[in-house]
Write a protein that binds this ligand. Structure first.
Ligand code: SAJ
Length: 446
């Protein structure tokens, strides 16, 4: 089956790179978004998100004449839904005294509804948004069938999860393997034909619910593994062991690969997706639930470390370096750094945050510094919350002349302890077994 024209609904971190890639491969692509500001920015030839290589890819798609942006879909051969599936803000679920978060599927519902007037016999619709199991069959199909066409009979319907890593989206879109789950085998084949336009990785056909589970399983697996790394950092502190050394030694075992502890798990995927399993079956998911609890409480563990390093937090001035949810991206969604800063402020510290990837960011109750120098100048302590390359490359001697601070705290295992100590700083690292609750001789200032 050939697809000459497609509509990509949702032009965010996934939809825009996907639409640009299709257009660059010669498919007439209409990018659709409900935000007039986004459509206006794109039609000016600009983009609204930071992703390496995306500006160039988008501009070449635009110049090829194959990409257009609009507020509403049009008739097309295929429709791809790539809209966000966040949590519900004001509603949670409960199971035997535990509370869990619920997926807010409103964007998927309205994207599917927006397709209905344009859906024709023989079309293909693909849902890419991460969704609870059975969404394709139980939520999306019934909406599309309001067109009076039948899913899997009159039109094809698939679930195909995006699996790309922010920071490497354009390469991974093409090179990663892709799972296509159809509501029928013929639907999966139609999805295969569409993505074969550019995907160089393996394309595997399955059913829609398996594909939904695959996506959630991948991110849940990572969340649980990060949770155990975070729990190891707490144990290492208790026993006066350097967790980083212990992790590298344990990972020498041929069947062990431990991930990295840090200030918590952020972003729009790994900190969110495991809840979709919990919501779907709370009675079956105690491990997934508790891993989420561990990762969500890691910012508090980091604040405990900072408190111990500083004696107390009341009135202390802290430079917080990094607000993004992970290194070298500008995405601040669900960022654990944000939570760390709020907790520090709650204990009376005054925090100035510096985020080089989004210096203009406006976040509730967070004071953004205008520059690195401005954030560190009058600080009592410098706290590294994100391993951005430019922070990792700091020369502590250069930093020492720009700040009053003589305490440096590394929560992401990025800085060289001896270099900071030589530059005159007291140095603390998350999980080094010396700083927090450890029983070793402490470097903690009283
Ligand atoms: N993190 C740690 N320790 C680690 C690794 C990560 O604390 O060892 C933290 C990061 O700092 C960040 C969070 O976890 O706060 C998530 O970052 P990430 O790089 O693990 O993942 P994401 O959310 O950027 O992208 C994930 C990817 N999924 C997997 O690796 C299984 C990506 O392939 C998915 O496409 C993406 O989620 C998504 O959109 O679902």
């Amino acid at each position: 089956m050939t697809h000459q024209k497609i509509c990509v609904i949702g032009l965010g971190y996934i939809g825009l790179p996907t639409a640009s890639t299709f257009a660059m491969h010669g498919i007439e692509t209409l990018g659709v978004d409900i935000s007039p500001a986004i459509i206006e920015t794109l039609n000016r030839g600009e983009i609204h998100i930071h992703e390496p290589g995306l500006r160039e890819a988008f501009q070449s798609a635009l110049q090829s004449g194959k990409f257009k942006a609009a507020l509403k879909p049009q008739e097309a051969d295929a429709f791809i839904i790539a809209v966000p599936t966040p949590f519900k803000e004001n509603e949670t679920g409960n199971y035997q005294g535990t509370t869990y978060k619920l997926a807010d599927m409103r964007a998927v519902i309205s994207a599917a509804e927006s397709i209905v007037p344009f859906l024709r016999k023989g079309n293909l619709v693909v849902l890419e948004s991460t969704s609870p199991p059975r969404t394709t069959f139980d939520l999306v199909a019934p909406i599309l069938e309001k067109s009076s066409l039948k899913a899997g009979i009159d039109f094809h319907l698939c679930y195909s999860p995006e699996r790309v890593l922010p920071g490497q989206i354009l390469r991974e879109l093409i090179e990663n393997s892709r799972v296509i789950g159809g509501v029928t085998p013929a639907s999966a084949q139609a999805g295969y034909d569409l993505y074969a336009t550019f995907v160089k990785g393996q394309i595997i056909q399955t059913d829609a619910t398996t594909a939904e589970m695959v996506k959630l399983m991948e991110n849940t697996y990572r969340d649980v593994n990060i949770a155990i790394a975070n729990e190891f950092s707490r144990l290492a502190d208790k026993f006066g062991v350097d967790v980083w050394e212990a992790i590298s030694l344990a990972s020498l075992h041929p069947r062990v690969k431990i991930l990295s502890p840090g200030p918590g798990v952020g972003g729009h995927c790994i900190s969110v997706d495991p809840w979709f399993f919990v919501e779907s079956a709370p009675e079956l998911t105690p491990l997934i639930y508790h891993a989420r609890q561990v990762n969500d409480s890691q910012p508090q563990f980091v604040v405990d470390l900072i408190r111990q390093a500083l004696g107390n937090l009341q009135g202390k001035r802290i430079a917080a370096l990094g607000l993004a949810y992970k290194p070298d991206v500008d995405d601040l969604r669900e960022s654990p750094a944000n939570e760390v800063i709020h907790l520090l402020q709650h204990e009376g510290a005054s925090v100035k945050a510096w985020e080089p990837f989004k210096p203009e960011a406006k976040l509730p109750s967070i004071t953004m510094a205008s520059s690195l120098d401005n954030s560190i100048k009058d600080a009592d302590a410098i706290v590294l919350l994100v391993k951005h390359t430019e922070f990792a490359n700091f020369n502590p001697a250069d930093i020492a002349v720009k700040t009053k601070a003589r305490i440096a705290i590394d929560t992401v295992n990025s800085w060289n302890a001896s270099a900071w100590k030589s530059a005159g700083f007291q140095f603390f690292r998350l999980g080094d077994g010396k700083s927090a609750t450890g029983n070793q001789t402490s470097e903690v200032k009283s």
